[in-house]
Design a protein around this ligand. Structure first.
Ligand SMILES: Cc1ncc(COP(=O)(O)O)c(C=O)c1O
Length: 430
């Protein structure tokens, strides 16, 4: 079948022609036929350098031989058991030992579940219902977390509302949100509501927004003072910004952290991990009538295929030089794109750091919160993404650029050459 025939079929059978929020613009939409290393190939045979990496899991690129080998071996030994299995125990040890907050862990399947269970555990442990989050952060698709994931009306802080249809409006009352990096607003809300607050939930690198010095330290202090559980959602940052994740990089230890993407090797696997006394609410031996007993179960939890793929990934990431290489590539892209912006008089910033970046077309001098991201020119970001895809660099419009250990200097050269062309010939003329 041709690519167009497959796209037509997808349009016919999938709701909205896709399988989630994320869809490519029609003018560059394609169907993946296969992938290897840093490259994707569509059904028409076109090659792309992949800077989406499946939204982050493929930090070793596609079909890494160590992962393929581990998965092939595990497939012949069994693929799901519902009970303890060897690979899951090895992965558990690895994550707990690497995470500064690690004491106990639960392995689940998706990042959404990990975030949901972390909040549920905090609620049960503290006996409180509300949690504080940060405007525009993403913690997956549960009914609990889909309040305040989008931009709020500034005067409304800390009130949230459902981010989409089908989410109970009443639940918004238990979700308070303030802008990322805004210590004073966070402090005010925490001091006003501390008796009702179970958790503070934060993406330590929120999308592509870096924490300002002192932000997490302030949250840590307030959480400790009022017995609130500090949750770092490290689904993106875990094992990506450093071996010990954002907690290690930014030097603040949460009570619980969530992991996904990087610990999955591209297979279903996610985790929540942290203080033993808090995690203990998920102990299945607690009596059924114990009001603190949290149900955090799932058929595919601790899946052995995800576990061996995750272990193979961590074995490679643990080698010397990993984070230096990821940051060297990220720093180079940031430096050169910023310099192109100046050369072609295009106001822009590169958000994020290391292997997680995002180009924002903005006259702001710093991206400090979701409002400043939101103000950036979306039309230019869209056109930049479309033009990059046309040139064989799979950079998704509006979204982050993810870097992997298998991106070569030539891949980065091609990204920069294509960016130069697009910025100079297209964006500068908009
Ligand atoms: C920070 C963060 N938390 C949670 C999630 C949800 O993970 P999943 O899509 O595996 O449910 C994501 C997914 O992108 C994420 O980036």
């Amino acid at each position: 079948m041709t690519q167009q025939e497959l796209l037509d079929k997808a349009e016919q059978y999938f709701v909205g022609g896709g399988n989630g929020e994320f869809r490519l613009p029609p003018e560059v939409n394609f169907v993946v036929s296969r992938a290897a290393g840093s490259k994707l190939y569509d059904v028409s045979g076109k090659e792309y350098i992949d800077f989406l990496l499946g939204s982050g899991p493929m930090i070793l690129g596609h079909c890494h031989p160590a992962i393929v080998d581990a998965v092939q071996q595990q497939i012949t030994k069994g693929t799901t058991f519902m009970v303890l299995n060897e690979p899951a125990i090895h992965l558990a040890e690895r994550v707990v030992e690497a995470a500064p907050c690690g004491e106990k862990i639960r392995l689940v399947i998706t990042g959404s579940e990990a975030a949901l269970f972390a909040i549920r555990a905090a609620r049960a442990f503290t006996g409180r219902d509300k949690f504080l989050r940060f405007e525009g952060g993403w913690h997956g698709v549960s009914d609990t977390t889909l309040h305040g994931s989008r931009t709020l009306t500034p005067g409304d802080y800390p009130e949230t509302s459902p981010d989409g249809g089908g989410i109970p409006r009443a639940w918004s009352a238990d979700v308070l949100a303030v802008p990322f990096n805004d210590v004073e607003r966070a402090r005010t809300v925490i001091e006003q509501h501390h008796e009702e607050l179970a958790a503070i939930v934060v993406e330590p690198l929120q999308r592509c927004i870096l924490p300002r010095p002192g932000f997490f330290e302030a949250l840590r202090k307030l959480a400790t003072r009022y017995g609130i559980i500090l949750i770092f959602d490290e689904i993106v940052t875990g094992f990506r910004l450093a071996w010990g994740g954002a907690q290690e990089r930014y030097g603040v230890t949460p009570d619980i952290a969530t992991f996904g993407k990087t610990i999955s090797g591209g297979y279903p696997m996610a985790a929540l991990c942290g203080r033993a006394d808090v995690m203990d609410v998920m102990d299945g031996w607690r009596p059924a009538d114990d009001p603190k007993r949290v149900i955090a179960s799932g058929t595919f939890n601790a899946n052995p295929i995800g576990a061996v793929a995750g272990m193979a990934t961590l074995d490679v990431l643990e080698q010397p030089g990993t984070y230096e290489r990821l940051f060297e590539m990220g720093d180079r892209i940031t430096r050169e794109i910023v310099s192109m912006g100046k050369e072609f008089s295009i106001p822009l910033l590169v958000g994020g750091e290391g292997p997680v970046l995002q180009i924002l077309f903005t006259t702001d001098t710093e991206i400090i919160d979701y409002m400043s991201m939101f103000r950036a020119d979306k039309q230019k970001a869209y056109v930049y993404g479309v033009e990059m895809i046309k040139r064989g660099c799979f950079v998704t419009p509006y979204e982050k650029i993810y870097l992997s250990l298998v991106h070569t200097d030539e891949d980065i050269d091609r990204l920069l050459e294509a960016s130069r062309e697009v910025l100079r010939d297209v964006i500068a003329k908009m």
